[in-house]
Design a protein around this ligand. Structure first.
Ligand code: COA
Length: 310
């Protein structure tokens, strides 16, 4: 089979309303110093709908790729915060963009974008030519703004990429790994009509462990070592989680992308937001190898080794 996939465009969307740590300290027993030191987050963007943020990010990715929505073969929306239970928010995005293809939501919590990348790649290997992958979230709707242990962490936003079919020689997805540890479900959850509940210390401990394991798995599959990786693009949850995992992997922090200081944790949107930031700031050159790694509720994890060629 002479097929592979590559990214040919990316886009992002963030709500206009900014909530700083100082704003939160007005209503919660917290401080800018505590939040900055414990998480690396200084501010987050709040507002909008998963649909609207997703459309904006998707349209800019399509524009950059020079692809018309009518030519898409699939729309995948990675989200853990759909606007409604039924139908999938992807349907509404598909309509607004003018696409005429299959569309579905994918919920793998904060690993959603990496899961979606692997699913999109699989659709391309099965014959699709163009796949739109969006990560869009409005977590602020599920945060208890009176709970300082979670309110300081999350934000809203979206990021998207267009995947295109290419030859096997030009295939950009060099290796991948997906995992889920269902036994850890209780450490991070949100029931219908409720708020996000989290055992922060346990999530922290597990996150470092599963990040390292999923990265090592993907590297092994691609027959690459961490020295071959130019840039690590991790899920943006906590700068100390990123530092700790990078220490264990043997990669210095200056080879990571971090946007969480101004976005907070945007779940499925965090990796495409970081990817777009790196690409637009010249931190990814043609031929560079990027290691995308996500972890989240479930607890899910996933990684993807990408050869950047935009
Ligand atoms: N401001 C001030 N104090 C706070 C606080 C806040 N926003 N949130 C918690 N605290 C307090 C706790 O009440 C506790 O006080 P105590 O010692 O009097 O009981 C103290 O700070 C330490 O709490 P702890 O939970 O041990 O802090 P921590 O260093 O583990 O940091 C998190 C808390 C949530 C920042 C950290 O555990 C974390 O980031 N976990 C992972 C969360 C995550 O990434 N979730 C999403 C995964 S996709």
């Amino acid at each position: 089979m002479n097929r592979g996939s590559r990214i040919i465009g990316y886009g992002t969307a963030l709500p206009e309303r900014v909530i700083t740590n100082h704003d939160l300290a007005q209503t919660l027993d917290t401080s800018d110093t505590w939040i900055t030191e414990r998480t690396g987050i200084k501010e987050r963007r709040i507002g909008g709908t998963t649909r609207a943020l997703g459309i904006e990010a998707a349209q800019s990715a399509l524009d950059m790729a020079g692809v018309e929505a009518k030519d898409l073969d699939a729309v995948i929306l990675a989200t853990t915060t759909p606007d409604r239970v039924i139908p999938a928010t992807a349907s509404s995005i598909q309509l607004a963009l003018g696409a005429r293809c299959g569309a579905f939501d994918l919920n793998a919590a904060c690993s959603g974008f990496v899961y979606g990348l692997n699913v999109g790649h699989g659709l391309i290997l099965a014959g699709a030519e163009k796949v739109l992958l969006i990560g869009s979230e409005t977590l602020s709707r599920f945060v208890d703004w009176e709970d300082r242990s979670t309110a300081v962490l999350f934000g809203d936003g979206a990021g998207a990429v267009v995947l295109s079919a290419t030859s096997a020689e030009d295939n950009a997805l060099l290796g991948w790994a997906l995992d889920c540890k269902g036994a850890l479900e209780k450490s991070l959850y949100c029931d219908f009509g409720g708020f996000i509940h989290m055992d922060g210390r346990e999530v922290f401990r597990q996150a470092v462990r599963i990040m390292v394991a999923t990265c090592e798995h993907a590297l092994q599959e691609a027959r690459l070592s961490i020295e071959d990786v130019d840039l690590v693009i991790p899920h943006q949850a906590n700068t100390r989680i990123i530092q700790s995992a990078c220490d264990k992997l043997g990669v210095s922090e200056d080879r990571t992308v971090q946007v969480l200081s101004w976005t907070g944790n945007t779940s499925s949107a965090s990796i495409p937001l970081a990817l777009a930031d790196a690409a637009s700031n010249g931190r990814l050159a043609g031929g560079d190898i990027a290691l995308l790694v996500g972890f989240g509720a479930g607890m899910t994890s996933g990684s993807a080794l990408l050869r950047w060629d935009l």
